[in-house]
Write a protein that binds this ligand. Structure first.
Ligand code: GLC
Length: 639
């Protein structure tokens, strides 16, 4: 089925019309409208996007064997369950998974998920065994809550929990997410919305506390918001895109003067400042889905047909062919946590690390059948190619920088050493003195004749967490961060990127952005939310003491400063110029970091180990072209 097939009615969707439709047909989601309305307002709220509180969508199980997860709740997060028949091995645990024969088809495959649009189910019925499922999850939740009670909570943790609970957003009486910030002193803009990326630390804190319902609801409702129209209109989201954020709106109830009903209104970037595309949302959603399964043992959620379809739509969007020659994802500026112009268009590290992680999660979660084999092969192939590319071309340390310094340019051949034609003059002067003898990092971006040597923290941390970086590289990144502690942590962990763009570089790259002035906000500001991801990486690498040290620095100030969104200055001394207070992911990130340190084994719900079989299928082996020389040995040498 193509875009103009049975989905044709919804093809020309304009965001403004979606809202217009909400007003024309208040409380009337797509499936309840007369069919004529579809023609009158072609962009009316799709029923996967807006829901009426009159008939809240039940989020019950949509199939799968409900008993499979029983008794594997906590165990699931730390070790394989014993009842081997019950769950597919791939999913169950350990963080590495036997690949689905990466070598069986060595060609890099193009993915076409035929007819997906036609199969995405719209109605999810609550089924009876759901009660049993909930009973098992609740039992486990009680156990965890008991353990949590025994533990002494610091004053700052108590306040953080109180604020996090205040931030919870409900839809039709059920918790579905947390607002980005609760700061009454400033205009809320879109900070009163639930951001997909911001909710990840909230969900981690809730999951670690044993509160799973909010996460399950979030996963299912955001799935309902996912764009699944194949649109050709400008400013319309592509099929599979997850929104950046959503808001629960109250609209007048059809035919009643006083009554109101609730609806979910997503923002795919069409209202966002700068109209930035939320490329990371779908990746975060997949990562969270796996974590939810691992910690609750409730694998029925990811096995549901609608959830499987949601994963496939995201992958389809990410794996579809474009003009690009690289295995990395080509994106526009501001498509991730840094959602403003900051010169990160192209192949930014953050997106690549999350992409790699989401591919590894998907590989575990996609149900293997004839219909999914092609997709799984493509996932494996992409994983191999992507890890090779990143390890080989993004990694810099003292030795590599010296190599670049001596590069010849204008090489035309398959054997070129300087494949991207990097001019040595590009090595910035700050880097020459800054790079230590020991350690290294993955650069921010790589394009023809362009290496962005800035250190981007989120991408480097997720390269560790997901094993996109080799074990040696992962060690090297933490070595560097430890060595440059004042630059990364200083008075507040952690710097979003290092160093800041200044003077002409700032003017040209940001367009003189007054929010992103040097050492502020996205331009070298310090973001406490990065702490949970640092903690995760430190635990994975067996260096929890580093995380403990950073958390101690944060704890001294966060509560006192009222949980700011970000800090300014090279050492993070000042609360950020336009920083919101009571920023939810600052609060949740702090809680999640503390809880992870207390339960380090729980880090495995998010981490992955090195998978040697993926290395076997490196990019060069995958292409059948005799002209391509394999340089896998180079990649392996890091290992
Ligand atoms: C800012 C951040 C973005 C975050 C949003 C809500 O725009 O750059 O990453 O999701 O605020 O907190």
């Amino acid at each position: 089925m193509n875009a103009t097939g049975s989905m044709g009615l919804a093809v020309a969707v304009r965001p403004c019309r979606r809202l217009l439709a909400a007003h024309l047909f208040p409380g009337c989601p797509h499936h309840r409208l007369p069919s004529a309305a579809l023609f009158l307002v072609p962009g009316l709220p799709h029923d996967r996007r807006h829901f009426s509180s009159k008939r809240p969508r039940p989020l019950g199980g949509g199939g799968g064997s409900q008993r499979r997860y029983a008794s594997s709740w906590v165990r699931a997060a730390v070790a394989p369950a014993k009842d081997g028949a019950a769950l597919s091995d791939a999913r169950r645990l350990s963080t590495s998974v036997g690949p689905l024969s990466p070598g069986s088809d060595r060609a890099l495959e193009q993915i076409l998920i035929q007819g997906l649009a036609a199969v995405k189910p719209l109605v999810i019925e609550r089924v009876e065994p759901e009660k049993e499922r909930m009973a098992v999850v609740e039992e486990k939740v009680d156990e965890r809550a008991e353990v949590a009670k025994v533990r002494e909570e610091s004053e700052s943790m108590k306040e953080a929990w109180r604020l996090l609970k205040n931030a919870v957003v409900s839809y039709c009486g059920s918790p579905v997410g947390t607002v980005a910030a609760n700061d009454p002193a400033v205009e809320s803009l879109n900070y009163d919305q639930v951001f997909i990326r911001d909710f990840v630390p909230s969900s981690l804190a809730f999951l670690l506390k044993g509160e799973t319902e909010i996460v399950r609801n979030f996963l299912l409702y955001t799935l309902q918001l996912q764009s699944w129209e194949k649109t050709v209109d400008c400013y319309s989201p592509g099929q599979g895109l997850m929104p950046a954020s959503f808001k629960v709106r109250s609209v007048p109830l059809d035919g009643s003067k006083d009554g109101v009903e609730e609806m979910l209104d997503p923002d795919f970037g069409e209202s966002a400042i700068g109209r930035v595309a939320p490329v990371d949302s779908g990746l975060w959603w997949i990562i969270l889905l796996r974590a939810y399964g691992k910690i609750t043992g409730d694998y029925t959620l990811q096995e549901r047909v609608d959830v499987q379809t949601g994963i496939k739509l995201i992958l389809n969007l990410c794996l579809s062919d474009g003009f690009d020659m690289f295995p990395t994802l080509l994106v526009t500026d501001g498509s991730c946590m840094i959602d403003r112009r900051m010169g990160i268009h192209g192949h930014p590290l953050e997106i690549q690390a999350l992409f790699y992680c989401a591919l590894r999660c998907s590989r575990e979660m996609i149900t293997v059948n004839d219909g999914s084999k092609g997709l799984l092969r493509a996932v494996n192939n992409r994983l191999s190619a992507l890890s090779f590319h990143m390890r080989e071309y993004y990694w810099v340390d003292m030795k590599k920088i010296n190599e670049i310094y001596r590069y010849k340019t204008e090489e035309y051949s398959q054997d070129a050493i300087n494949k991207f034609n990097i001019y040595p003059e590009q090595i910035p002067s700050w880097l020459v003195d800054w790079i230590p003898e020991k350690g290294g990092y993955l650069i921010g971006n790589l394009q023809p004749a362009h290496m962005d040597f800035r250190f981007f923290t989120l991408g480097n941390l997720w390269a560790i967490v997901s094993s996109l970086a080799t074990p040696r590289q992962a060690e090297g990144i933490l070595d560097l961060m430890e060595d440059k502690w004042d630059d990364f942590v200083g008075n507040m962990p952690l710097k979003i990127c290092y160093p800041a763009l200044e003077d002409d570089e700032w003017r040209i790259t940001t367009g003189s952005d007054p929010k992103n002035t040097p050492w502020s906000y996205h331009n070298g500001g310090s973001w406490p939310t990065l702490l949970w991801q640092f903690t995760l990486a430190c635990i994975k690498m067996g260096r929890p003491e580093l995380a403990r040290k950073a958390i101690a620095v944060a704890e001294k100030r966060l509560q006192k400063d009222q949980w700011p969104e970000y800090y300014d200055t090279p050492t993070g001394r000042f609360i950020g110029k336009q920083s919101r207070l009571n920023q939810t992911w600052t609060i949740a990130g702090f809680l999640a970091s503390k809880l992870l340190l207390e339960n380090p084994e729980m880090a495995s719900i998010l981490t992955f180990e090195e998978d040697l079989q993926l290395l076997e299928g490196c990019a060069c082996n995958l292409t059948k072209s005799p002209r391509t020389k394999c340089s896998r040995h180079a990649a392996k040498s890091h290992f």
